[in-house]
Design a protein around this ligand. Sequence first.
Ligand SMILES: [Zn+2]
Length: 237
Amino acid sequence: MLAGLLDLALPAECAGCGAAGTGWCARCASGLATEPVAVRPRVAPGAPVWSAGVFAGPRRGAVIALKEHGRRDAAAPLAAALARMIAVLRQAGELDPPELAPLILVPAPSRASAARRRGGDPVARIARLATRTPPSGPASPGAPDRAVQALRLRAGARDSVGLGAGERQRNLAGRVALRRSAAARLEAVPVPGVVPRTPAVVFVDDVVTTGATAAESVRVLADAGVTVRAVLVLGHA
Ligand SMILES: [Zn+2]
């Protein structure tokens, strides 16, 4: 009876590897705790691209569990990995330290229909959680400041699965749009008595393949006067 009740509250298997009786197993946790690697997708987004690692193992398992199987609990370890990646990049001087610039995470645009089907946008969820996740370990110069869902996909963009680099670029051309209501939130927040610090805007996606989504998103943000400092992804293909 008690076990039955606990099953309702706790996931029956690890979202990373499927191990039974655990929410997120220790092996998958250590598999996600890696150093960010610089990647060069075929379509260059015009900002440095950093990945948490090859899109495989617990990384891939957690993303698929979250996006395809509605395992919302899988967002937490992915958010922790993202927060850790930001902390490491700040320490390495690739991103400004928190005392110099707050960070704004802009999640990759998704189609409204897909987000509805999935009970919310998974990448936006990861970005939001990452802003509240203090990174673990000695390298922890603070969490990023906020996530702003500033981009959306206009109707007409197809799911990019199975498309080549050129097809992806054509599929996305003109389809990524800025949400007007969110644009103002990308600017410095005025605090009385404090010189406003221009935030560092970082684009976040679950996986980078050709780079077409990141490139189009960076371009749309640049058109709106927003410079993207880096592209962070949880895995690269
Ligand atoms: Zn596992």
